[in-house]
Design a protein around this ligand. Structure first.
Ligand code: NPG
Length: 373
């Protein structure tokens, strides 16, 4: 496959409700889409970097900059290109996993569309639907939170994840557990908001039979997570700390986690995400698919990934309307608490041209010819 053109498109989608985590509050989701054009197909990628560098060191402007200067040129110069060749071709650039992931995703999509193979089949997934969980932000009051959870459960979501931070942890978790009972699949996500000095407070969450406590400590604090794991009963799940199959293997070996959240965007792409899935499966560590407020494009890829066999916990793969009144693709809809795995070639979904045009804020195109010149 030869890439004729790479188009970088910035969009911004308004959120249906503000989303507050321990890192801040988001009112809209800016995203960077990558479109790879070959003689036979268009492939789409989505970069999950945020507007600021609060979740990771990567941020959207930086991701676009590194793509334009350092990542797009080697892809346009390579002939042929395959999805598996993207990471080696870009290995001369350190880090920037979110930028690399978006480019690899677009190449993989183009390749699979050319072959007439779906993302799920390409990744080796068999399930035709995946259970859907929902992530519930920090709210102004506990009653407001309980109402929001009730509404998501009425819609059919099969698992609730509560965002927590110091001052918003034991009480909201207790209220939700008491209101909805022991049967509710419930977990919490701290986005690195605690330190090991909070171990006693975090141990109070043990009373609520949570599925897991996600990323309580700093992303580079694997030993701290291992120490915390010895002091609480709730299983620890890592998100921010796991950026590659190697870091997953290290975290597991150190006893820093009993569960792993896999986000393709965070780990450099769907191919590395699958390697993490395999490493975890071999170690008896269950995984689930995280979410980063993806549009229908990233959501399609995530649903396909989540159909792999070791994704045994419901993921943050919610319906499109959890975040967006109008998605840029045909929306993903909850069916009996599940999302259907797309079966069409590649991602199986495409941006709706009218919607895409309406949310686009900038377009930058580089073709092989410009590059050769
Ligand atoms: O369902 O897409 C979703 C959102 C799930 O809570 C969620 N994501 O920390 O995992 C997280 C959080 C997040 C969102 C992180 C956006 C970074 C960016």
């Amino acid at each position: 496959m030869r890439i004729e053109r790479i188009t970088l498109r910035r969009i911004s989608l308004p959120l249906v409700t503000p989303f507050r985590t321990s890192l801040g509050t988001e009112h809209e989701r800016p995203a960077l889409l990558v479109q790879v054009t070959t003689a036979d197909a268009e492939g789409w990628g989505e970069c999950v970097a945020g507007a600021d560098a609060s979740y990771s060191s990567e941020y959207l402007e930086g991701a676009e900059d590194v793509m334009r200067r350092h990542l797009v040129p080697p892809l346009l110069a390579a002939d042929p290109v395959t999805a598996h060749a993207v990471a080696p071709l870009l290995a001369g650039v350190r880090g920037h996993r979110m930028a690399k992931a978006a480019l690899e995703m677009a190449v993989l999509d183009a390749e699979l569309r050319t072959r007439g193979t779906s993302f799920a089949a390409g990744l080796g997934a068999l399930a035709d639907r995946v259970p859907s969980g929902v992530s519930v932000g920090i709210m102004d009051s506990v009653p407001e939170l309980v109402d929001a959870v009730a509404d998501y459960l009425a819609q059919g979501y099969l698992r609730i994840k509560l965002k927590i931070e110091p001052g918003w942890d034991v009480e909201p978790v207790r209220a939700v557990r008491e209101r909805f009972g022991e049967e509710l699949l419930l977990q919490v996500d701290a986005n690195t908001a605690y330190t090991l000095a909070d171990a006693r407070r975090l141990a109070r969450l043990d009373a609520f039979d949570l599925l897991l406590l996600e990323q309580p400590l700093d992303e580079d604090d694997l030993r701290g997570h291992a120490a915390l794991a010895r002091r609480i009963r709730t299983p620890i799940c890592l998100d921010e700390s796991v950026v590659s199959a190697r870091s997953a293997a290290d975290a597991i070996a150190l006893g820093a986690c009993q569960i792993v959240n896999i986000k393709p965007g965070r780990v450099g792409g769907y191919l590395e995400a699958r390697r993490i899935h395999d490493v975890c499966a071999a170690s008896g560590i269950p995984v689930w698919c995280g979410g980063m407020l993806e549009t229908g494009l990233g959501r399609a890829g995530n649903v396909a990934l989540a159909a792999l066999p070791n994704f045994t916990l419901p993921g943050d793969v919610s319906a499109s309307d959890r975040f967006y009144a109008t998605d840029i693709t045909e929306p993903f809809v909850l069916q009996d608490g599940h999302l259907a795995v797309p079966t069409g070639p590649g991602l199986g979904v495409e941006p709706l041209p009218g919607v895409l045009a309406g949310v686009t804020t900038s377009v930058h195109e580089v073709s092989r010819r410009d590059h050769d010149a």
